[in-house]
Design a protein around this ligand. Structure first.
Ligand code: GDP
Length: 644
């Protein structure tokens, strides 16, 4: 095939990158098109007038390149062969190789910024939506089982439900089958006398779900939201709902503990409606199934309902290609070496396949199913334990099958090279400025936010005003709102959904600040509603003000309380670390809970007003508007500094 024919084959569908922004993101967002139609440099008749611009990531699979070029993988493979490179669809190629093929096809290529759509840095938009596949590719797809995650508030019965479902399978007659814990298992269910399978991820909770997503594994098709019928919707129920919504995963409510005497299902349905989940009975689309994980009542109904929701989602995969999947969990087994549970998403994994998982390679020695039985192959949505890896991979890492161990090692070398180039960036690497740039490039139309505030009274006006903002078709989507400090789960949600966190009069929990740093999530601190709205509006129109970062200067412990005139009190303190400065802001915490935040009115050493007191010294602190100290309270001095 000549380059010219090649060009005609797929070139007409090629689209220039809108705006030609440096450091652009990948193709997934690209497909959605620019906000304002880009001028088509192909001309109306589709004849190439000028080279089309295309940004390529530092690393990509042949399949990825085909999608970027909007060509069939076979065409790209042929193009590679012309340049003397023999590669399969799953094979990873680097920018230089991809650039040769793309240039042959009339593209003017440039290398995208590091961290962009490269191996191991995939986004949840990785899989091509079914409607974008060609008729030929569609014909290869067959229905696959749904993958389900169980979520809900603590003690509402997630673990009990997973155990019960697993037992139900044993009862169906798996010979002596005690399911071993491998992180996922599959059950059989009869729907209209047809045997069906459902795959359950065995680590319940939205934290695990979102952490996977932040690592690029869009693992779950359906979320089962467990709500105890006696306890009703609780904070983590709401979090779970928001996390499922952010991932656009359909929900099935399992109304659990129906065996208990003190239940109130109607109240729960109303609470769910108030939290954005409208069950079918209330005119919504979310099925609700009453169950008891204790007695087993309703479990079959639940499984049938999941199967029906899966039908609506029309889940399909092509089992006849090289396998691709992700790691559910992995560990080092003393006897067997590195062991990983893999969930196959596309294709079929075979014993003896050569694989690459992140930087781990392997020629698979054995495949074991969730019963510990040896199997020879595992198709889509099948959890399988694999042996024979060179090291222990990380949960959420993607697995690809390659042609032989040599190819595997070559790919790892490429991945490591790319990782070096990309060091410092992560999948969650996102800032308000960056998001604005992407919005301008037409890659995204929504600014995702997670809003945390000190009191409920601040959240409602804040979120209402934010959601009302709209600038040139760009709008705000609040993925999650809640009172209390920013938690690690908030950070992971932001990382997974490319969201910014608005921290209104709240701080980051210790685990959350580490995660925010690691994931490079932008947490913005505010104490005035107007400033939040103003900043977000500016972000939407691209006139973002300076970014502030919170800096903690030091901590002092309250050791004594002195009454002062006018009924207030000053705190006699000992500075435990850093320093307390007179003009810093202060927050008082008691048993790790935020009690108050505001300014320092007076700072004294012995009898003198001072500007700062260093660690190891005692001081007297009078706060501006708070005097209800208790011994043991911690006063944190902090400030906000402008980030370049
Ligand atoms: P998780 O924290 O959501 O995983 O909840 P668990 O599965 O650990 O269950 C918490 C508690 O609720 C345990 O004491 C269970 O025995 C109990 N429990 C779970 N499901 C049911 C149920 O259907 N009925 C009753 N009565 N108790 C249940």
């Amino acid at each position: 095939m000549s380059p010219r024919q090649f060009r005609r084959g797929g070139g007409g569908r090629g689209r220039p990158r809108p705006g030609g922004r440096p450091g652009g993101r990948g193709r997934a967002a690209d497909r959605r098109g620019p906000l304002t139609p880009a001028v088509d440099d192909q001309g109306a008749n589709g004849v190439a007038l000028a080279p089309r611009e295309l940004e390529l990531p530092p690393m990509m699979t042949v399949e990825d390149l085909a999608k970027l070029l909007e060509l069939r993988p076979a065409a790209v493979i042929q193009g590679l062969i012309k340049s003397g490179i023999f590669a399969t669809m799953n094979q990873i190629i680097d920018y230089d190789t991809a650039a040769i093929v793309a240039a042959d096809l009339g593209f003017e290529v440039s290398e995208a910024a590091p961290g962009v759509q490269s191996i191991g840095q995939t986004t949840d938009e990785e899989e091509a939506p079914l409607e974008e596949l060609s008729a030929e590719e569609l014909a290869l797809l067959v229905p696959r089982p749904p993958v389900v995650t169980v979520m809900g508030h603590v003690d509402h019965g997630k673990t009990s439900l997973l155990d019960r479902v697993r037992q139900a399978k044993v009862a169906v007659g798996e010979a002596g089958g005690i399911t071993q814990h491998i992180g996922a298992y599959q059950v059989d269910v009869l729907v209209d006398d047809q045997p069906r399978k459902i795959t359950f991820l065995d680590t319940p909770g939205h934290e695990a779900f979102t952490a996977m997503r932040a690592r690029g594994a869009q693992a779950t098709d359906i979320a089962v939201l467990v709500v105890a019928a006696d306890d009703g919707v609780m904070p983590q129920t709401r979090e779970a709902i928001d996390h499922a919504h952010a991932a656009k995963v359909p929900i099935v409510v399992a109304l659990n503990k129906m065996d208990r005497p003190d239940i109130n299902p109607d109240r729960v349905k109303q609470q769910l409606a108030d939290s954005g989940v409208l069950v079918e009975e209330y005119g919504g689309e979310v099925p609700l199934v009453p169950v008891s994980a204790r007695t087993g009542d309703g479990i079959d109904d639940l499984l049938t309902t999941i199967a029906l929701v899966a039908d609506v989602a029309d889940l399909k995969a092509n089992p006849n290609r090289q396998a691709a999947g992700f790691v559910v969990e992995a560990r080092l087994d003393k006897a067997r070496g590195p062991v990983a549970t893999v969930l196959v998403q596309q294709g079929t994994l075979h014993a003896a396949d050569a694989v690459v998982i992140g930087t781990v390679t392997g020629k698979l020695r054995a495949l074991l199913d969730d019963q510990g039985k040896r199997i020879t192959s595992a198709g889509p949505a099948t959890p399988v334990e694999v042996l024979g890896l060179s090291a222990v991979p990380r949960a959420g890492d993607r697995l690809a099958v390659v042609d032989g161990e040599k190819a595997a090692r070559q790919q790892v070398a490429l991945i490591e090279r790319a990782a070096e180039r990309e060091s410092g960036r992560t999948s969650g690497d996102v800032s308000l400025e960056d998001i604005f740039t992407r919005m301008q490039a037409g890659e995204i139309r929504e600014l995702n936010l997670v809003v945390k505030a000190d009191v409920q009274g601040s959240i409602e006006p804040l979120v209402t005003s934010l959601e009302r903002l709209e600038e040139e078709g760009l709008r705000v989507r609040v993925l999650h709102r809640g009172t209390g400090n920013v938690t690690e789960s908030d950070v992971m949600l932001a990382a997974a959904s490319k969201a910014i966190i608005i921290a209104f009069n709240v701080r980051l929990e210790p685990g959350a600040s580490g995660a925010a740093e690691a994931q490079k999530v932008d947490v913005r601190h505010y104490d005035v509603i107007y400033n939040v709205i103003d900043d977000v509006r500016r972000a939407l129109v691209g006139m973002l003000g300076p970014r502030f970062r919170e800096v903690v200067y030091g901590h002092a412990e309250v050791r004594q309380i002195f009454p002062v005139r006018k009924g207030g009190a000053a705190a006699g303190c000992y500075v435990t670390d850093g320093q307390i400065t007179r003009n810093s802001r202060a927050r008082v915490t008691r048993d790790e809970q935020l009690v108050w935040e505001g300014g320092i009115a007076m700072l004294r050493r012995v009898k003198d007003d001072v500007r700062e007191v260093a660690a190891g010294y005692e001081c007297g602190i009078l706060l501006d508007g708070f005097s209800d100290f208790r011994e043991g309270d911690v006063i944190e001095a902090f400030g906000r500094e402008q980030v370049s």
